[in-house]
Design a protein around this ligand. Structure first.
Ligand SMILES: C[S@@+](CC[C@H](N)C(=O)[O-])C[C@H]1O[C@@H](n2cnc3c(N)ncnc32)[C@H](O)[C@@H]1O
Length: 441
């Protein structure tokens, strides 16, 4: 009888390795690549959970693991071998996988995906890794190595936070996998329908224990969605701000993929207003329309255009949201690879675009209308710096204290722009969203 080859490596580890390689080689987004490969390999339940932990944990803590591996491996490591070692190190140092299982499965993975040659090296290095705990390995190493953050990000976060005594807590929060938070879109879904626990930052937020949100009927129908509570607060602060007179025409300048536009449209529908959603990238504009389908009563339309060259008339909106493209350094826990992909140059390049988007958003407001400028980055240049530049350019804009609309959320004022809101993962259990409100005079 012919022998049927039995795969030696389990599917979860193969998928995790392939995702991590795709992140390195093809600039893939880990979350999207992981979903694709889990589907392709038909992995679910425990296997899917294992692959998810391997990918997220390995990528988040890669800086710490490299610090250990570089001390043990003599000479330069080929990128695929380094990735396999990082995966093995994560199992040994952070997952309590027994040494023999972590080493043997990684060696098998290397033979399957890379070849037999590096197998001996991988076996030897991982055996050494297993001799000490992660804390032990990292004693007296740099803060960047201990917390797995590139030094420039660490510096930018420390400056933004402006409380050295909280820095360790922030960096630790970046290394935790965030829980799943849903939004129950008002008028469409009651939070009680979703189960889970309330979140103090948004009255519409529900924290789930686990499970697949896509299996919840309200999520499938677009009456609810997956959305960080801090992102919900951005839409809420814009909706809560006082405007005098007419309050019917709202604009979302950077709407894709559409979480905030869907929440704004649901709120607008309840108040007899309608949101025009704009997004530069046409495929992301399509996502906005899909995401807001249940709230279409509050949607004036979705258009694909450049917010710095507006397709709309000046002085025509009552409320405007600019959820600007940004470095995303406030959402590192959610996007495990982004800390290694982003560079300081990205921030420098983004600032002029952010200024230009906020400047034209003020122009889109009628006098007395309000704009919310938001980023999922706390970096000073992208937040306070942008708002201050636009205030200096535009004598017809004034800062409105967003902090007066927080409704009980404590300790959320920006250290760099009094009146603006800055959330933090370690303080508020949200992404580090920044929001400033400006009124056109
Ligand atoms: C932070 S995301 C917005 C997230 C969105 N508000 C949500 O809640 O799902 C920024 C978006 O701005 C878009 N964008 C970048 N440059 C733009 C421009 N000049 N005009 C309009 N949109 C732009 C990006 O394509 C991206 O989809």
């Amino acid at each position: 009888m012919p022998k049927v080859p039995v795969p030696k490596v389990d599917g979860a580890r193969l998928v995790a390795f392939d995702v991590i390689r795709a992140v390195a080689e093809k600039d893939a987004y880990a979350n999207l690549e992981l979903s694709r490969l889990l589907r392709e390999h038909r992995l679910d339940g425990r296997d899917a959970a294992l692959a998810t932990e391997l990918v997220g944990g390995t990528l988040r803590l890669q800086g710490s693991y490299d610090d250990v591996l570089d001390r043990l491996a003599k000479g330069k490591l080929d990128p695929p071998v380094r990735d396999a070692l990082r995966l093995g190190a994560h199992q040994l140092l952070s997952m309590r996988v027994p040494t023999h299982a972590a080493v043997a499965t990684t060696v098998d993975l290397v033979k399957d995906r890379i070849g037999h040659r590096p197998a001996g090296l991988v076996n030897a290095v991982l055996r050494r890794v297993s001799e000490r705990s992660l804390d032990d390995w990292l004693t007296n190493r740099s803060l960047a190595a201990r917390t797995s953050h590139p030094q420039w990000i660490l510096d930018a976060l420390a400056e933004a936070l402006a409380r050295p005594e909280e820095l360790d807590a922030l960096l630790a929060a970046d290394n935790e996998r965030p829980g799943v938070v849903l939004v129950a879109r008002p008028g469409l879904c009651d939070p009680a329908e979703l189960g889970g626990a309330p979140h103090p930052v948004s009255p519409y937020a529900v924290q789930l224990e686990g499970g697949d949100p896509g299996a919840i009927p309200a999520v499938r129908e677009g009456r609810a969605g997956v959305q960080d509570a801090g992102s919900q607060l951005v839409a809420l602060l814009l909706a809560r701000a006082e405007v005098d007179g007419r309050d019917e025409r709202w604009l979302d300048v950077c709407a894709g993929p559409g979480g905030k536009a869907a929440l704004l449209a649901a709120i607008a529908a309840e108040r007899g207003a309608r949101v025009l959603a704009n997004e530069r990238q046409p495929h992301r504009a399509t996502l906005v329309a899909q995401g807001a389908r249940a709230a279409r009563a509050g949607l004036a339309g979705v258009i694909a255009g450049d917010g710095t060259r507006p397709a709309w008339a000046e002085s025509s909106f009552d409320r405007v949201l600019v959820d600007a493209p940004c470095s995303g350094l406030g959402a590192l826990r959610r996007r495990p690879e982004s800390r290694w992909r982003r560079t300081e140059a990205d921030v420098t390049e983004l600032v002029p675009l952010q200024v230009s988007l906020l400047d034209s958003a003020v122009g889109a407001l009628r006098p007395g209308g309000v704009v919310a400028y938001a980023t999922c980055s706390p970096v000073v240049a992208e937040t306070a710096g942008v708002v201050q530049e636009v205030l200096a350019r535009r004598p017809d804009a004034e800062l409105v204290p967003a902090t007066s609309y927080l409704e009980g959320i404590a300790d959320a004022e920006s250290a760099h722009l009094p009146g603006a809101v800055q959330l933090w993962p370690h303080r508020h259990g949200t992404d580090a969203m920044f929001v400033a409100l400006l009124r056109r005079t």
